[in-house]
Design a binder for this molecule. Structure first.
Ligand SMILES: O=C(O)CCC(=O)C(=O)O
Length: 153
């Protein structure tokens, strides 16, 4: 991305409100593209369901079972304190694991069309990951809708 190699094996893009730049992997600012009709109407449906407001969406493409993301919490300060994060999965089903910081993981299988919500507080107490798999899996798209404290509406 932008001539740099990222530490995460998957493809990424970001859409959102103007000015909601996102510091990615503590190494580069990503400027969001303008919301598309489809993404903003999905955002509004999730807000209607959950009550949470979102300013950006990060799209992740996992091209095969080799693409993954390791244990982490979403702690980027631009999301503000205790963000709620909503995650929509499309395409191939992948295992999503979540665990208390010093605890055992729980597995979820995120199927096409599923919505996973990480409520406020979750990023402080838990870590999550999408591990690599040896199974033959085709492309999965994940959309994570996030708040942002900056920018203009
Ligand atoms: O692909 C997923 O379901 C999780 C994505 C994720 O953890 C992230 O982007 O921080």
């Amino acid at each position: 991305m932008l001539g740099k190699t990222l530490p995460v094996p998957r493809l990424e893009c970001i859409y959102g409100d103007a000015g909601c730049d996102y510091l990615y992997s503590k190494c580069m600012f990503l400027k969001p593209l303008c919301w598309t009709e489809a993404l903003s109407s999905l955002r509004d449906r999730i807000t209607a369901l959950t009550g949470y407001k979102f300013r950006i969406v990060i799209g992740n493409q996992y091209r095969s079972g080799i693409d993954s993301i390791g244990w982490h919490a979403d702690k980027e300060s631009s999301m503000g304190f205790n963000p709620a994060i909503a995650s929509v999965s499309l395409g191939s089903c992948r295992k999503f694991q979540i665990k208390p910081r010093n605890g055992r993981p729980t597995d979820f299988w995120l199927e096409h069309g599923s919505l996973l919500v990480m409520h406020p507080g979750c990023q402080s107490t838990h870590l999550h990951q999408v591990p690599k798999t040896n199974k033959v899996v085709s492309t999965r798209i994940n959309l994570t809708f996030r708040p942002h404290t900056g920018g203009s509406r």
